[in-house]
Write a protein that binds this ligand. Structure first.
Ligand SMILES: NC(=O)c1ccc[n+]([C@@H]2O[C@H](COP(=O)([O-])OP(=O)(O)OC[C@H]3O[C@@H](n4cnc5c(N)ncnc54)[C@H](OP(=O)(O)O)[C@@H]3O)[C@@H](O)[C@H]2O)c1
Length: 296
């Protein structure tokens, strides 16, 4: 049985020309306004942003209306590549103050460690203590981490203080399902946010438009698209249907760059999609982990 998906909005494209299929660049302000107005009507929608997303936080700050209904989630700056930080607590607090200024908010729903390496690096303990202090100060309601793979979830289990975890999940990338890690999160007292539902848009692109780098993916991608078509579904409906079948997922963070995209997703998010999703898993990290993709 599929469940109604809580569709959150990923805002990297509100501040940067992000996305493998992104021909349109940064989402224009009027499109952002229409998207946010519709989402605010729905209520309790997650807005996922970060200081690393260019102007995204500032653009949101200008577009959000007082008394909005959003759960805003932002992220920490990167730390594990830095050697010049003497006071991690101050760096995290200053980073959040800057985000709150740009977002024009007094608090946010969530603050996530953006780079999982930071949670196991030299500053890890100070970083997590700093997050907990900001929560005690009421500047953030929940603290958490954005992960990429199984190992990162070890930190979540070990730390035991996170309220939110954001993770990648889609029809091709079932690593966290196959390892049993996602199931272990099911029922945990934590919000689980899934991203990369469309693998940055790759799952919705015509296979012949993909660069040669992805040729190892073509057979399984075509298999998925053919089965979806046989079931009377678009790749978008089938990709959402897969997530709707994951009980551990509370919110889905989707990258959109137009109001029409958003509408299409909202209308597709409740469709039943009876496909055998175990058939499409790809275990080649070079294909399913966008960090390993060459600049395309
Ligand atoms: N480490 C992290 O914390 C991290 C990493 C990555 C992403 N994120 C978050 O996750 C969000 C989503 O990014 P993602 O990489 O996960 O992307 P995604 O949601 O898997 O894919 C987004 C892409 O799908 C395409 N798309 C969306 N709706 C569509 C529609 N109705 N019809 C056709 N194409 C459609 C768009 O491609 P086009 O551009 O072609 O329209 C869009 O760029 C980001 O905005 C960010 O907030 C976080």
């Amino acid at each position: 049985m599929t469940k109604d998906l809580k569709i959150g909005i990923g805002t990297v494209q509100f501040g940067t020309p992000y996305g493998i299929a992104n021909g349109g660049g940064i989402t224009p302000p009027d499109e952002i306004a229409r998207i946010l107005s519709r989402a605010d009507e729905l209520g309790d929608v997650v807005l996922d942003t970060a200081p690393a997303y260019g102007d995204s936080e500032r653009v949101l700050g200008q577009a959000l209306t007082p008394g909005h209904s959003f759960r805003i989630v932002t992220k920490t700056p990167v730390f594990h590549t830095r050697t010049d930080i003497t006071d991690i607590g101050a760096a995290v607090a200053d980073g959040l103050d800057e985000s709150l200024r740009d977002l024009r908010q007094n608090e946010v729903h969530g603050l996530l460690i953006h780079h999982p390496e930071d949670a196991s690096g030299p500053y890890a303990d100070e970083l997590i203590e700093a997050l907990m202090r900001l929560k005690e100060q009421g500047k953030v309601r929940k603290i958490g981490i954005s992960v990429y793979g199984d190992d990162d979830l070890d930190v979540v289990a070990k730390t035991g203080t996170f309220d939110i975890v954001q993770l990648p999940l889609n029809v091709l990338d079932r690593r966290l399902i196959d390892s049993g890690r996602l199931d272990a999160l099911n029922g945990a007292d934590m919000e689980v946010h899934a991203r990369s539902i469309f693998l940055q848009g790759l799952l919705l692109m015509a296979p012949e438009k993909l660069s040669a780098y992805f040729s190892p993916l073509l057979p399984v991608l075509q298999h998925f698209r053919d089965d979806a078509d046989t079931a009377g579904l678009t790749p978008l409906q089938a990709a959402l249907g897969f997530i709707a079948g994951q009980p551990a997922i509370d919110d889905v963070i989707i990258g959109i760059d137009s109001f029409d995209h958003y509408q299409e997703i909202l209308s597709a998010a409740t469709d039943d999609a009876e496909l055998d999703y175990t058939l499409y898993g790809c275990h080649d990290d070079r294909m399913v982990d966008p960090r390993q993709w060459p600049a395309i």
